[in-house]
Design a protein around this ligand. Structure first.
Ligand SMILES: [Zn+2]
Length: 169
C-alpha cells in the first residue's frame, strides 16, 4: 500500500511537473512602416524551450501567441532574419504566466525614412534639428549648425540630430 502510494505520488509529481506551462504573447514592431506588409506575410516567430522548437505566423496586426509553453528559459527569434535589427531575445517563463514581448524589426534602413524629412520623431518639430555630418568636417559650426559624427559610415546612418530631445534620427 505504502509503495503504491509513493508510486502514485511520483507519477502525480511527474505529470504535474511537465504540465507547468505559460503563455508567450508578443508583437512584432515594424520600425520602418514600408516593411509592414512584408513582415505580415513572411515573418515566422520561433521559440525554443528545453529541447523543443515551435513556430507561428503573425496576425493582421503583427501579433502572435504561443500557448502551453513549458516553463523555464526560452529563446525567441524571427525568420527570415534581418540584418538591420538584432532580433534574438530570451526570457524565463513562470507557471501560468503570460509573458509579453515586443520584437522591433526593420528590413530596410530605419534612417532612410528621415533622409528628406527633418521632423523630429519625438517633438514633431524641425526648429532645433540640425544635420549630421560625417567625415572630416572643416568649419566652426559643429554642435550649433551641424553635428559631427566621425569618419566611419555604415550603410545605415542617422541624418539628423534634435537638440531638444538629444536624439539622432
Ligand atoms: Zn525633438
Amino acid at each position: 500500500m505504502r509503495v503504491a502510494l509513493s508510486i502514485l505520488f511520483i507519477i502525480f509529481g511527474f505529470t504535474n511537473g511537465i504540465s507547468q506551462t505559460g503563455i508567450i504573447r508578443g508583437k512584432v514592431i515594424a520600425e520602418v512602416k514600408a516593411d509592414f506588409d512584408f513582415i505580415k506575410e513572411n515573418i515566422q516567430v520561433l521559440i525554443c524551450t528545453g529541447c523543443e522548437e515551435f513556430s507561428t505566423h503573425l496576425d493582421e496586426n503583427l501579433n502572435f501567441e504561443f500557448h502551453n509553453v513549458r516553463t523555464g528559459a526560452f529563446e525567441i527569434w524571427i525568420e527570415p532574419h534581418s540584418t538591420y535589427t538584432y532580433d534574438f531575445k530570451s526570457g524565463n517563463l513562470k507557471k501560468d504566466e503570460i509573458f509579453e514581448i515586443e520584437i522591433p524589426v526593420a528590413f530596410s534602413c530605419v534612417y532612410d525614412q528621415s533622409e528628406n524629412d527633418k521632423t523630429c520623431p519625438i517633438c514633431r518639430k524641425q526648429n532645433r534639428v540640425i544635420p549630421i555630418r560625417y567625415g572630416l568636417v572643416i568649419g566652426n559650426g559643429a554642435g550649433r549648425k551641424y553635428r559631427v559624427a566621425g569618419c566611419i559610415r555604415t550603410d545605415c546612418d542617422p541624418n539628423w540630430y534634435c537638440k531638444r530631445d538629444k536624439i539622432e534620427f
